[in-house]
Design a protein around this ligand. Structure first.
Ligand code: HPA
Length: 269
């Protein structure tokens, strides 16, 4: 596995004209930001050796090298979810490759169901911590020599970046929430009993991504920052049927706020 990661990183390095230290996963809610990138090179995932290929129809995914907020960046336009059938090694392969390319800071976003009773649909939640409720830890198996066998997780989400996000949100007069993100396997949304259980466990929001990428990024020593858009509520008395379309719509509505915070974060971090 490590050899593949190294080979892919070398392949990409030969095609790069920059030395970015910042990466963004353009998850739900960050479509807007993609349009703001001054693209230098965009490489479809299908052309990158050993990269997983997106299963989403009409969106094959690409790795973008360019500039955002005056900073050189790599952006993953399209991410891999465990529920699509990828192994954890595949889901997190791009993170390891980007680490070898010199990435030091990772920005992620996602859509999530709110289990905190004070949350509203459309809220943005700065992720302060996570609970890994996926069926597997991405570090399961022989330790890839990019970090320790037993990585520390006491600060999975960087406290300085969270402070910076709070400052930026206050300056821009954008309301943000804070909370714990619980990652599930999906693809089902939760039953009311599951939402209740997760809330009791200390989760403020539930979603199907982010946790594997952040675990692997931390293994590689990459600082992480994440925001969830609360697209539906898993709160007793407020639970309604959820569709993917409604989730997408709620996420779209939050995009300008999300982009504003992330743009500034990248410029100042
Ligand atoms: N649960 C899991 N994933 C989600 C949800 C949810 O309620 N909303 C958006 N992604």
């Amino acid at each position: 596995m490590y050899k593949k990661i190294q080979d892919t990183a070398a392949w990409l390095k030969a095609r790069m004209n920059s030395t970015p230290e910042t990466a963004i996963i353009l998850g739900t809610g960050l479509g807007h930001l993609a349009n703001e990138i001054q693209v230098d090179t965009a490489i479809p995932y299908s052309e990158i050796p050993d990269f997983p290929v997106s299963t989403v129809e009409g969106h094959q995914g690409q790795l973008i090298f360019g500039k955002l907020g005056g900073k050189e960046i790599i952006a993953m336009d399209g991410r891999f979810h465990y529920y699509e059938g990828y192994t954890m090694a595949q889901v997190t392969f791009p993170i390891r490759v980007m680490s070898l390319l010199g990435i030091k800071t990772l920005f992620v976003s996602n859509a999530a169901g709110g289990t905190n009773p004070s949350f509203r649909v459309g809220d943005m939640m700065i992720i302060t911590d996570h609970i890994n409720f996926m069926p597997e830890n991405p570090l399961h198996g022989p330790n890839i020599p990019m970090g320790p066998r037993f990585p520390d997780m006491s600060e999975a989400y960087d406290s300085e970046l969270i402070d910076l996000a709070n400052t930026i949100a206050a300056e821009l007069k954008i309301k943000v929430r804070h909370g714990v993100y619980l990652g599930t396997q999906g693809p089902t949304y939760e039953t009311p009993a599951e939402y209740r259980m997760f809330a009791h466990w200390g989760a403020d929001a539930v979603g199907m991504s982010t946790v594997p990428e952040v675990i692997v990024a931390r293994h590689c020593g990459i600082r992480c920052f994440g925001i969830s858009i609360i697209t539906d509520l898993g709160v007793h008395g407020k639970i309604v049927k959820v569709t993917h379309e409604e989730v997408q719509q709620a996420a779209r509505a939050a995009q300008p706020r999300m982009a504003a915070i992330m743009r500034e974060m990248i410029a100042r971090s």
